[in-house]
Design a protein around this ligand. Structure first.
Ligand SMILES: Nc1ncnc2c1ncn2[C@@H]1O[C@H](COP(=O)(O)OP(=O)(O)OP(=O)(O)O)[C@@H](O)[C@H]1O
Ligand SMILES: [Mg+2]
Length: 319
C-alpha cells in the first residue's frame, strides 16, 4: 500500500501543471491512505472547524504533512463548490496560494487534501487565541503577500468571493497563502462591467454594492480585503454583535475613526507606540480606499499592494 501510494503522489506531481485540462481523476487519493495519514481521523488531529468541514492534520506515507478538509456527511449539496475548489487549485499555482494535493470521494466521504500550513489562519494570530502578538512589520508582510496572491488571481480573470482572515493561512515562516477558492468566479468579460450572480461569501466581509445589487466585480474582493486590513490593525472580529452600537461592524467603526484621521485611537493595544505615524497613515488610507461604497472608487489589488509596500517602507528605520 505504502509503495503504491508513493507512486500515486509522484503521478500527482507530474500532472499538476497549470495547463492540465481534465486532471481531476489523477488527484484522487484512496480513503485508506487518508485513514493511515490521520490515525483513522483521530480527534486529537483536528486543527480547524469550518461551517461545512472539519480539518485534520495528517502525514502521508511519503512523509508529506497535509491538512485534510473532511466535509460533514450530507455536504454533497456543496458539490459545486468542492468541484470549483479542485478545478481552481489544480489549475492555478502561486507562491501565495495554498497548494492542492488531492481529494478523496469514497464511502460518502468528501475530503480535500492541502499542503499543511504550520501557523494556521491569520485571524488566530490577531485575536481570539493565546498566540503571541505579531509585530507591525510582520502584519504588513502578511498583508503584502496576500495582496500579491489576490492581484495574481485578478490578473488571471478570477474573483475569489470569500476573502477573509481565516482564508489567509500562514506557513512555517509566516508566509501567507490564500485558500478556499470554492466560491470563486470568473470575472466579467471585457465588454461587461460586472458579473450578475447570487450573493455568496461571509457576513462582515461582503461588498455592500455586491450585496445590494448582486453585481460582482474584482473590487468586491478589494472591499473584503479592506475588512481584513481593519482586522489586522484593530485585532478584532469583522462582525461582533456583542459590541455596542456602531462598534459592532468593524468597517463602520474603523471608517468613523479613519475619517477623523484618528485610527490610532482604535488600534490593537499591542501595537500602541510601535507603528510609525506615516506608516499607519498610509495603511489607514489604503484600508479606507478599499472600503469605498462603490467599486469604481476602490483601488485595484495592484495599487493596494503598492501602497502596503510603501507603508512597510515607511516603517523601516531610517539609517
Ligand atoms: N491547509 C491548511 N493547513 C493548516 N490549517 C488549515 C488548512 N486549511 C484549513 N486550516 C484550518 O482549518 C480552519 C477551518 O477551515 P475552513 O476553511 O473549513 O473554515 P474557515 O475558513 O475557518 O471558515 P468558513 O467555514 O466559515 O469558511 C481554518 O480556519 C484553518 O485554521
Ligand atoms: Mg477557510
Amino acid at each position: 500500500m505504502g509503495n503504491n501510494y508513493s507512486k500515486k503522489t509522484s503521478i500527482i506531481k507530474s500532472v499538476a501543471e497549470p495547463s492540465c485540462l481534465t486532471p481531476f481523476d489523477s488527484f484522487k487519493v484512496p480513503f485508506v491512505a487518508l485513514q493511515e495519514a490521520t490515525n483513522n481521523f483521530d480527534k486529537s488531529l483536528v486543527i480547524g472547524l469550518g461551517a461545512f468541514a472539519k480539518v485534520y492534520k495528517g502525514v502521508l506515507c511519503d512523509g508529506t504533512k497535509v491538512a485534510l478538509k473532511r466535509y460533514r456527511p450530507g455536504s454533497k449539496q456543496y458539490c459545486a463548490e468542492i468541484l470549483k475548489e479542485i478545478e481552481m487549485l489544480s489549475q492555478f499555482r502561486h507562491p501565495y496560494f495554498v497548494s492542492f494535493i488531492g481529494y478523496c470521494d469514497e464511502n460518502n466521504d468528501m475530503i480535500l487534501i492541502y499542503e499543511y500550513m504550520e501557523n494556521g489562519n491569520l485571524r488566530s494570530h490577531l485575536y481570539g487565541s493565546d498566540l503571541p502578538s505579531m509585530s507591525w512589520e510582520q502584519r504588513l508582510e502578511i498583508c503584502i503577500g496576500a495582496a500579491r496572491g489576490l492581484h495574481y488571481l485578478h490578473t488571471s480573470g478570477v474573483i475569489h468571493r470569500d476573502v477573509k482572515s481565516t482564508n489567509i493561512l500562514l506557513d512555517v515562516n509566516f508566509v501567507p497563502k490564500i485558500t478556499d477558492f470554492g466560491l470563486s468566479k470568473k470575472g466579467p468579460d471585457i465588454d461587461q462591467t460586472h458579473v450578475s450572480t447570487a450573493v455568496k461569501g461571509t457576513y462582515g466581509y461582503l461588498d455592500p454594492e455586491y450585496f445590494g445589487r448582486q453585481q460582482l466585480t474584482e473590487k468586491s474582493d478589494v472591499y473584503s480585503f479592506g475588512v481584513v486590513l481593519c482586522e489586522v490593525v484593530c485585532a478584532r472580529l469583522a462582525l461582533d454583535l456583542s459590541l455596542p452600537g456602531d462598534q459592532a461592524i468593524i468597517t463602520k467603526w474603523a471608517m468613523k475613526w479613519l475619517k477623523k484621521g484618528k485610527l490610532e485611537q482604535i488600534i490593537d493595544p499591542n501595537l500602541v507606540g510601535k507603528i510609525r505615524p506615516d506608516s499607519l497613515k498610509k495603511f489607514g488610507e489604503t484600508a479606507e480606499k478599499c472600503l469605498a461604497d462603490y467599486g469604481v472608487d476602490r483601488p485595484s489589488m495592484n495599487e493596494v499592494l503598492w501602497n502596503l509596500e510603501y507603508a512597510l517602507h515607511l516603517q523601516e528605520p531610517v539609517i
